[in-house]
Write a protein that binds this ligand. Sequence first.
Ligand SMILES: NC(=O)c1ccc[n+]([C@@H]2O[C@H](COP(=O)([O-])OP(=O)(O)OC[C@H]3O[C@@H](n4cnc5c(N)ncnc54)[C@H](O)[C@@H]3O)[C@@H](O)[C@H]2O)c1
Ligand SMILES: N[C@@H](CCC=O)C(=O)O
Length: 543
Amino acid sequence: MYNGCFRINKPQNESIFTYELGSQQRNELKAKIAELKEKEIEIPLIIDGKEVKTGNLGTCIIPHNHQHVLARYHIAGEKEMNLAKDVALKAKKTWESMPWTHRASIFLKAAELLAGPWRTTINAATMLCQSKNPHQAEIDAVCELIDFLRFNAFFMQEIYEEQPVSGTEFWNRIDYRPLEGFVLAITPFNFTAIAGNLVTAPAMLGNVVNWKPATAAIYSNYFLMKLLQEAGLPDGVINFIPSMGSDIGKYMLNCEWLAGIHFTGSTEVFNSLWKEVAQNVEKYKSYPRIVGETGGKGFIFAHNSSRVDALVTALIRGAFEYQGQKCSAASRAYIPKSLWNVIKDKLLEALETIKVGDIEDFRNFMGAVIDYKSFERIKKYLEYVKESHEAQIFYGGKCDDSVGYFIEPTVIITSNPRFKTMEEELFGPVLTVYIYDDSAFDETLELCSTTSPYGLTGAVFATDRQTIIKMEQRLSYTAGNFYINDKPTGAVVGQQPFGGSRSSGTNDKAGSKLNLLRWVSPRTIKETFDPAKSYGYPHMVGK
Ligand SMILES: NC(=O)c1ccc[n+]([C@@H]2O[C@H](COP(=O)([O-])OP(=O)(O)OC[C@H]3O[C@@H](n4cnc5c(N)ncnc54)[C@H](O)[C@@H]3O)[C@@H](O)[C@H]2O)c1
Ligand SMILES: N[C@@H](CCC=O)C(=O)O
C-alpha cells in the first residue's frame, strides 16, 4: 500500500550524439554495425512475451547493399493473429489496473535503456535496416524515441491531473479509462521512433496493443521490442506480429474488440483501413478510434525578400536528408524569378558536394531508398519527367540498383505549377521547383494551397514581416506543421507537435497530449455526500 500524488518532472529533450572522427561514440557505433552485419539472425513473432515461429519466412536486407541478408523473420497468419488478440485481451485486466506510476516507470526505464546500453544497437540496426546515416539514425531511433517515451509519461500525468470542479456536497472525478478492447498499431518503415511511439503511447495509458511493423523495418523494430521487454513490459501487453498487410483486414479489423487503430503510413493504406472499419461498424463493441498520420507534399515557398543562404540550406536538407523519405520532406518549391539565378548557382554548388552511398562510410550524406518497389516507383516518375515538355531535370536523375537502391539527389524544374511531381508524393530524393514571376506572388500562394491534396508540412522564407504575416494567413490549411525561415522537417517532441490534415491524416499530433487523449475513454464519476431525500422543488410550497 502507498499513498501520495507522485510527480514526473518535465523532461528535457535528449542530447544528440555527434559521432565525430576519433570519438568513442563513433568507434562504438562502427563496431556495432560490423557485429550486426556479421551474424544473420532469426526473428520470431513475440506473443504473450514468448517467441512464436511459423516457418513462413521473409528476409530483412540492407537497402544500400541488397544482397546482404540481416535476418529472416517469421510471418504471422490467422492462427497467430487470433492468439495475439486473445492474449492481449487477457493481459488487459492486470495492465489497466496497474497503478499508472508503475506503467510510466516501465516506459521511463525503456527511455533510460535506449539512452544508455541499447543506444548503439538500436542506432546501428536502424542505419543498416533503413539506410540512415549516423545523424539521421540518432535523431530518429534514439533521441526522438527517448523524447516520445519521457514526454508522453509527463503528458499522461497532465491528462490525469485535469479534473472537473466539485462542490462541498459532491465530488466530481474523471477516471481516464483505457479503451475497451485492443489497439492495433500499424507502423511505417521510415522512422523507428514513430513505430515505437505508435505502440507505446496507447500502452502507456493502459491499453493493450497488437503491433504490425512495416516489412522493411522489422529488423530494427524487433530490437525495440526486445528493449521494451527488458524494461519490464508485462507479457501480452504489446504483441509483435509481422504479417502481410492484406491479412490485417481479414483477421484484425473484423474483431469485435478492435478499440482503435494507431497508424502511420501512406494515405492509400489509411483510406483502405478506414473503409474496412466502416464496413465492420455493426460488429464492434465500441466505435474504434482511428488515428492516422499519412502522406505529405511538403513545400518551401520563398519570397523575394528571403535570405538566400538559409533558403538553399533548407532546400537541400529539407529535400534530401534521409533520401527525401520523410513525410515532411520538401518536395516542391516556389522560387521568385528575381532570386532564381543566384539560388540556382548556390544550389548546384551544394548539390555537387553531396555524397551518396553506403552509410557505413560516414562521409555519405545520403544512403539508398528503402526497397526495390520504391526504387522502381521513383524511377518511373523520373522517366515521366524526362519525356515531358513541361519539366526538365535540372540536377541528378540517375538511378542505380546494381548494389543498393541508389537514386541521385534530383531537382526538377517545371513550367506547370500543377505538374504531376508538384502534386503527388514520390517519397524519394526529388525536389520539383516552380519559378514564379515576382508580380504573381498572391496567385502563386493560392496555387501552393490548392495544388496538392496534402496538408502536412510547409515552410515560408521572407524577411519582410508583413509578407510573413500574409503567407502565414493565406497558407493556413496547407500545413499542420508550418515553418518560417526554416526547413519543413525535423519536428522535435515537446516543441513542434507533429501532424497534418487534409489527406495527410487525422492531425492528432504525435508527441503531444492531443494524441494521448485519443487512447482514453473518460468516465465521469459524481459522488454525492448528502443525497436529496424528496423529489419536490421549493416553488411547489404554496400556490
Ligand atoms: N504523417 C506522418 O506523420 C508520417 C510519418 C511517417 C511516414 N508517413 C507516410 O508513410 C508513407 C511511407 O511509409 P510506408 O511505406 O511504410 O507506408 P505504407 O502505407 O506502405 O505502410 C504503412 C504500414 O501499413 C502496412 N500495410 C500496407 N498495406 C496494408 C493493408 N492493406 N492493411 C493493413 N496494413 C497495411 C504496411 O505493412 C506498414 O506496416 C509515406 O506516405 C509517408 O508520407 C507519414
Ligand atoms: N516528424 C518528422 C517526419 C516524420 C515523417 O516521416 C519530421 O518532422 O521531419
